[in-house]
Write a new protein. Structure first.
Length: 115
């Protein structure tokens, strides 16, 4: 009779080796996406990634450009640090057009200013 240590061994399933990756951004609170899947984690956070193959890590934060990196590690612990670039702000005029502007616009459309 054969004894198995666990169910994985019994079923012949290979266990994927994992690596713990510490993801840190200078702007805390960025969402962490791994291989285009949302993880519900925010920076700074240690996340598990497969050991060996390249893993796509994307950081998303409101008001900043998304940052994508490919992390590959043969070790059990790795570290990734980045700085997110801000989206430049543009000034928007909040002036309300005056009465003369509206009258001129109506004349161009072919209507009288009183309409």
């Amino acid at each position: 009779m054969t004894w198995f240590k666990n169910l994985r061994e019994l079923l012949g399933m290979q266990r994927t080796a994992m690596c713990l990756c510490m993801v840190v951004s200078e702007q805390e609170g960025a969402e962490i996406w791994i291989n285009d899947r949302k993880t519900n984690f925010v920076t700074p956070k240690a996340v598990a990634i497969p050991k060996g193959p390249e893993t796509k890590i994307t950081l998303k934060l409101i008001g900043h450009h998304d940052h994508t990196a490919y992390v590959k590690s043969a070790h059990t612990l790795t570290y990734y640090h980045c700085r997110l670039d801000r989206i430049p702000l543009r000034l928007i005029s909040n002036e309300i057009p005056g009465r003369d502007f509206i009258a001129t616009a109506r004349r161009v459309e072919g209507r009288s200013p009183q309409q």
